[in-house]
Design a protein around this ligand. Structure first.
Ligand code: COA
Ligand code: HC5
Length: 637
């Protein structure tokens, strides 16, 4: 299996030249019709994503390969790279074409990226692409509490939506530079649609009749809930409570076909089923109501009681895939860009379909919602009557019934395979690295490198997400955390014959190397998206794909056994995702001031990996690195 972040590799022969004609099916750039003034002025002021110099990328590519390929492989790749970048070679030609594309587009990368990383990707979005987000356990333990919290949550999301609609969202900054805000306009009222070979995204937020409803799913049954009164005002929290109670009361029996499970299938299979499903007018209207809705709210059924770390890990599983067909996997519509998930025992979080946006805008929305739910009180306003929620009906043919059974079966295999461990590292957070004048993120990444080396005695290709939102319509590039400096550090760290002063020096160098790579990535000078762009052009122009892209080193460089991401938040939550290769780990972390939340995933069918063991080894690495700094006086200077 190729994870999304590996599949941009090698399979050159299989990849078809993409004809990115009119990307009407892509995330629509913000249109000038409704979004205006402040937002557009801000967006226009942002710089365009640069195309890095070819020679720079070639040099940095070779440097990045050093810790992860064999000496002989590196020698061979150096020759290919020299050939690629020589005057009059493939590289020069492709580079010129890429520069031309950059001058003719708002962002030379973003449409390609959405296509390659998401819409062309055919594995299920569940586990393989859509992340989960786990909020701290909330203070309720029964159905009544679940409904009351859900009502507040809906009100909180609509409060945030108002800021999006009025363009009053504060512009975000990174390192003093303003960020692209486009992703905020893509997360509500949008949905992924399965295709036969390629998916698409619809976004209804700026259509002339923008949606006024959400979808609620309970006991695998879907309902349309209008969240605006006929006079255009929002339903109050009390009104929402009444509506949710009505939904729950009218779906107590689990007697409908669990049609939502179809969205867990691989995309080609779901694409085929989708075609036959929407042939029926009733089904088409029901599916359209889900797709158009502002977001989906999943009210989950009760789960067996567990506590502590086990509860956190179980919640992460609920957010990521719902626990399997007998639990809540069918109580979802995984194509929906944003799904809030609320259990009966205080479990609460979200799942989001990744194509339209990165984690940070989702987290900002959720931070706002959590804050809102803490402020708002119930039972203060008289309950006005509002229109009744509408149940969505589906007509299920024997063929679709068969597809549902197959989807259940495959989802259950996937659920069995995923090992997810949420751990809280309680000893310290950003505070300790800061004391030693080190970047906390770089410190954590070096600890991940040390942990991997301790378990496997070598380094692996490592991916960390870097934001490109300093540029207009920017998405992400890759920070390659395995560097020459990290390699030198991890090799020496457990060697008792080495002095602590040398170890500290190597640690400092490794941390600095990581921070250097981060700065280069967020300023649009990293290598991965540039190489992808050059390869995409070769495919588009139907010229022979240059050998550097069919080279073994390139596939090794993209086989990320460590796929990682830092997603910070105000709320003490943790984000999670699956590994991107069969023998890899997915590691998402949220560094708070005095602790760090980690979610580590791996596949049970892989005998080499073990999420719990890796999480434990990361904890050990962080502690040992701090001890080294504490015991080595030089470090305090
Ligand atoms: N000494 C003291 N303090 C330092 C320091 C140093 N040498 N270097 C950094 N710090 C401080 C920073 O000022 C910052 O302070 P704050 O806690 O007050 O904000 C804090 O430490 C964190 O900085 P750092 O750990 O270096 O990370 P970062 O915030 O710069 O983040 C990335 C690094 C790569 C995560 C970030 O650039 C990025 O791209 N984020 C987006 C990732 C993303 O999109 N993920 C989701 C993908 S879906
Ligand atoms: C709720 C936020 C979860 C983070 C999701 C994330 O980091 O996605 C990465 C996106 C990117 O473009 O780097 C991909 N990754 C999960 C494979 C790291």
């Amino acid at each position: 299996m190729w994870g999304i972040w590996s599949r941009t590799v090698v399979k050159v022969g299989m990849a078809k030249p993409c004809s990115f004609v009119k990307p009407c099916h892509l995330v629509k750039p913000v249109s000038a019709t409704r979004i205006s003034g402040r937002y557009l002025t801000h967006q226009k002021g942002l710089p365009s994503l640069p195309v890095p110099p070819l020679q720079q990328t070639c040099e940095r590519y070779i440097a990045a390969l050093e810790p992860i390929v064999e000496t002989e492989e590196l020698k061979y790749t150096k020759k290919l790279v020299d050939e690629f970048q020589k005057a009059g070679g493939d590289g020069e030609r492709l580079q010129r074409a890429l520069e031309k594309r950059a001058s003719n587009t708002e962002n030379w990368l973003s449409d390609w990226w959405v296509q390659v990383a998401y819409l062309d990707y055919r594995l299920p979005v569940v586990v393989h692409s859509s992340p989960g987000l786990v909020l701290p356990r909330m203070n309720f333990t029964d159905k009544q509490g679940q409904i009351r919290f859900a009502a507040k949550l809906i009100a909180g999301v609509l409060d945030f939506k108002m800021m999006i609609d009025n363009e009053t969202l504060p512009v975000e900054f990174m390192g003093g530079k303003p960020l692209c805000m486009n992703q905020y306009y893509q997360v509500l009222s949008s949905c992924r649609i399965p295709g036969l070979k390629r998916d698409s995204i619809v976004n209804h937020s700026r259509s002339s009749s923008s949606p006024k409803h959400i979808t609620v799913v309970h006991n695998c049954q879907f309902f349309v809930l209008d969240v605006y009164n006929s006079d255009g005002t929002l339903l109050s929290v009390d009104q929402l409570c009444v509506q949710l109670e009505h939904i729950c009361n009218s779906s107590q029996q689990n007697n409908s076909e669990p049609v939502g499970i179809l969205t867990t299938s691989d995309r080609d299979t779901w694409g085929r089923t989708y075609q036959s499903l929407i042939k029926d007018k009733i089904n088409k209207d029901s599916v359209s109501a889900i797709q158009r809705s502002i977001f989906t709210l999943c009210l989950d059924g009760a789960m067996p009681q567990v506590s502590g770390d086990v509860h956190r890990s179980r919640s992460a599983v609920q957010m990521l895939h719902g626990g399997g067909s007998q639990w809540n996997s069918a109580n979802r519509w995984f194509d929906k860009t944003l799904q809030f998930i609320i259990g009966e025992d205080g479990t609460c979080g979200a799942n989001y379909e990744h194509a339209p946006a990165e984690g940070p805008p989702i987290v900002a929305l959720i931070d706002h919602v959590v804050e809102y739910t803490r402020r708002i009180e119930l039972g203060k306003t008289p309950v006005k009557s509002s229109s009744m929620p509408q149940k969505l009906h589906f007509k299920i043919t024997p063929e679709i019934k068969r597809d549902i059974e197959e989807a259940k079966h495959k989802m259950d295999i996937l659920a069995q395979d995923l090992d997810m461990r949420v751990v809280v590292f309680e000893e310290f957070g950003k505070n300790v690295p800061k004391t030693y004048k080190m970047s906390p993120d770089a410190f954590i990444q070096v600890a991940l490198q040390l942990a991997f080396y301790r378990m496997y005695q070598h380094s692996c290709a490592t991916y960390e997400s870097a934001s490109l939102r300093m540029f207009r319509l920017g998405r992400t590039d890759t920070i390659r955390s395995a560097s020459r400096a990290s390699g030198e550090f991890v090799k020496v760290f457990d060697n008792p014959s080495k002095q602590n002063t040398e170890k500290v020096e190597l640690l400092e160098k490794a941390v600095q190397a990581h921070r250097w790579y981060t700065n280069m990535a967020i300023s649009g000078q990293a290598i991965d998206r540039h190489l992808l762009g050059l390869k995409m052009l070769a495919l588009e122009q139907q010229i022979t794909v240059p050998p550097i892209f069919t080279d073994k080193s390139y596939s090794k460089a993209l086989h990320y056994r460590l796929s990682t991401s830092q997603v910070p938040s105000k709320t003490d939550c943790v984000m999670c995702f699956g590994p991107v290769v069969t023998n890899g780990y997915g590691v998402c972390y949220n560094p708070m001031d005095d602790h760090i939340n980690f979610a580590v995933s791996s596949f049970n069918t892989c005998k080499e990996t073990d999420a719990a063991a890796f999480a434990q080894t990361v904890k050990g690495a962080l502690l040992d690195m701090r001890t080294l700094l504490e015991e080595t006086p030089k470090a305090r200077l």
